[in-house]
Design a protein around this ligand. Structure first.
Ligand SMILES: [Zn+2]
Length: 278
């Protein structure tokens, strides 16, 4: 059974609770390099959901990701959550990114991830825009509760999604690849990566993947380059809670390696292209 490994390509400065005026060191190349190294060691192809503005600043990094055979996806142009976007802005950004990727790297993209997993019932209009712009899949649904995001009533495994009701399985259309959750009693616990990968015991993540794979479903995992940073910058963080949740990056790469040792991963597009819908 294959699973899906994704990287949201953004830097420390894209953390939503930082003050945009703050000076934040750029650590993207170093940290992404570490992830690319592990992917290469285990021969894993991944999907990189890219924030458009990053491409302008780091063209050689993007070239290296493409040359390694990884898939490019879109993560908005400036890391704007869908609840702060309009349809037309999103459409404009998609077209701008398409032009940039085509002209600079002769590359197409077929997948989208909303910053902060901000696809919910209120922002479901985005699915229509993505469909109209030719996307094959979305991977923004987090079917669990979180103080900032989440759509606990949505399906936990891949399904056809429609903007009329993003919590129902449709019969055709774009494919949704929800982020991995672990069912415990009546709750869906997020287990997909990011902060959960850094803080949850590896056993729980592995168990969640095993449970998914037993029923022939892929686990969708995500990580940010900053989450593997061996020397995170000292940031001005507003609240204790955020101080607590922002760091703890030293074991992330090891955890990813352990997952690669135990499970088979590939990019989202490889999964989507091989999915035979019964
Ligand atoms: Zn993001």
């Amino acid at each position: 059974m294959i699973n899906i490994f994704t990287v949201d390509l953004e830097d420390w400065k894209h953390i939503h609770y930082l003050n945009p005026e703050d000076e934040v060191p750029d650590r993207l190349e170093e940290n992404t390099g570490l992830i690319l190294g592990v992917l290469q060691d285990y021969d894993v192809k991944a999907t990189f959901f890219i924030v458009g503005e990053v491409v302008e600043k780091h063209p050689s990094l993007i070239r290296s990701i493409i040359q390694h055979g990884h898939e490019i996806g879109f993560h908005t142009y400036h890391h704007t959550p869908l609840w702060n976007h309009s349809r037309e802005e999103l459409r404009r950004e998609i077209r701008k990114f398409r032009k940039l990727m085509k002209e600079s790297f002769s590359t197409e993209f077929y997948g989208f991830r909303a910053p902060l997993f901000s696809l919910n019932r209120k922002t479901s209009w985005a699915i229509k825009v993505l469909e109209e712009e030719g996307f094959l899949y979305d991977s923004s649904i987090f079917p669990a509760w979180n103080p900032v995001y989440g759509e606990p009533g949505a399906p936990r495994t891949p399904y056809f999604i429609k903007s009329q009701d993003i919590t129902k399985r449709s019969h055709h259309g774009m494919i949704e690849l929800p982020l991995l959750t672990y069912r415990f009693l009546t709750f869906n616990i997020p287990a997909a990566g990011g902060i959960y990968l850094r803080f949850l015991p590896e056993k729980i993540i592995s168990k969640a993947i095993e449970k998914f794979n037993t029923l022939d479903n892929p686990a969708v995992i995500y990580i940010h380059p900053r989450e593997v940073d061996p020397s995170p910058p000292k940031l001005k963080l507003p609240k204790f809670k955020e101080k607590l949740f922002t760091y703890k990056t030293e074991e992330t790469l090891k955890k990813i390696e352990n997952l690669f040792k135990k499970f088979h991963f590939t990019s989202a597009i490889n999964y989507v292209r091989g999915w035979n819908i019964g």
